[in-house]
Design a protein. Structure first.
Length: 399
């Protein structure tokens, strides 16, 4: 009877955290299987969708600024390695990131100080310079801004698929499977430690491994309900793409003349017209609870009204622009926005990786490196990512 293969690591979840973790583990020499129920970059996942910002600014949170800096270098290294044809889209587009700030704006003031401390190129624009450079942008109460010229936008779905493809080329085994994982009764934070030998799948298969990484995004609290059901909060988030003018006028809203911008005072952000998909706008405030498996992904009229109001205030030329695409995705939020990257408290060879909290996509490469170092025993533990720091009351502090 043939012996079943036992992998060094099984990674469950082929979103950006899981894909990069599998890839980094393989680069470190591990035998890895990557498993996902719906496929890399699928429309149910938090890593699906067309675009995600990669910005260095995080207020005073230098840990995330440094992770973003490292991640951008690794994204660019990957894209350079795989190469792209002349007609294929660039998976990273250096649109720049523009932070819109008020007179009294501690977060943006801390952001520019952190960027300078981390030696990240940035520029402070006063009101007059902001108006001169970006006349299509109505500043309103905005008095100054920060420009990160080297930051930009990742084409999310395609980027995740590129990571999984490269991981496969490197030797990672990919399996389109849903795992069956009845959570053990001893899953609270104070239980005795034991190891798992395998996980079963809905197709009747069984995956054997020495270590298991669950990087399942919004599915983490469903897989581990007793442990994470009250610690990770899944919220419904709605995104809109508005049509831009035709002909030469369209360039005013493209990446050549308008950067991606963020206004965390109003909890709204915008991404210029990439690949002719339209101008993307989303309100960053947390939406209502959402189930990633069965939740209907239909836009609410109230959200559309709110998005149009934001668009008209910031980009008056697009006030009457048609909606050309709409999307419902989700955030998986920890209590304060810090990631969850830690060992399961009751199962020594199981790792929990998630809590992207709406800002995690950009950090996939650095998260993969961090998890790989933890599993190898060579990593320095970051206390902010520990399970013990997560609470069941949301008080968002990381944006």
């Amino acid at each position: 009877m043939p012996t079943k293969k036992t992998f060094d690591v099984a990674v469950v979840g082929a979103g950006v955290f899981g894909a990069w973790t599998a890839y980094q583990l393989r680069r470190a020499g591990a035998e890895v299987v990557l498993v996902d129920a719906y496929g890399p970059g699928n429309s149910r996942s938090s890593s699906g969708g067309e675009s995600r910002m990669i910005r260095m600014g995080y207020g005073p949170d230098e840990i995330y600024t440094r992770m973003a800096k490292r991640s951008l270098a690794l994204w660019q290294e990957l894209f350079h390695h795989i190469g792209r044809t002349e007609t294929a889209p660039r998976l990273f587009q250096a649109t720049g990131i523009l932070w819109l700030a008020r007179d009294n704006d501690p977060y943006c003031e801390a952001t520019i100080a952190t960027l300078e401390r981390c030696q990240i190129r940035c520029e402070q624009l006063d009101h007059a310079e902001l108006v001169r450079r970006y006349p299509q942008l109505e500043p309103g109460e905005i008095s100054w801004a920060i420009l990160e010229p080297d930051s930009g936008v990742l084409l999310a779905r395609q980027a995740v698929q590129a990571v999984v493809a490269q991981a496969g080329t490197a030797g990672v085994v990919y399996s389109n499977e849903a795992v069956l994982l009845p959570e053990p009764a001893t899953s609270n934070r104070h239980s005795a430690i034991r190891n798992w030998q395998s996980v079963k799948t809905t197709s009747g298969g069984e995956i054997f491994a020495k270590q298991f990484v669950f990087a399942c995004g919004p599915w983490l609290p469903k897989i581990f309900p007793a442990l994470l059901g009250q610690l990770i909060h899944i919220t419904r988030q709605e995104v809109f793409f508005f049509g831009v003018p035709g002909g030469d006028a369209s360039s005013r809203f493209g990446p050549e003349r308008l950067p991606a911008w963020i206004d965390f005072n109003d909890l709204v952000y915008g991404i210029p017209n990439l690949d002719n998909r339209g101008f993307k706008l989303a309100i960053d405030a947390h939406g209502p609870p959402f189930d990633p498996d069965v939740g209907d992904r239909l836009i609410s009229i109230d959200s559309l009204v709110a998005a149009r109001a934001c668009l008209a205030a910031r980009l008056p030329e697009l006030a009457k622009a048609p909606v050309i695409e709409m999307r419902v995705c989700q955030y998986e939020n920890t209590s304060n926005g810090d990631f969850l990257i830690d060992r399961h408290p009751a199962v020594e060879n199981v790792w929990l990786v998630g809590g992207g909290s709406g800002h995690g996509f950009k950090h996939g490469p650095a998260v993969g490196e961090y998890v790989t170092a933890l599993i190898s025993g060579n990593g320095r533990v970051e206390p902010r990512f520990a399970l013990a720091t997560k609470d069941n009351v949301q008080q968002r502090r990381v944006y």
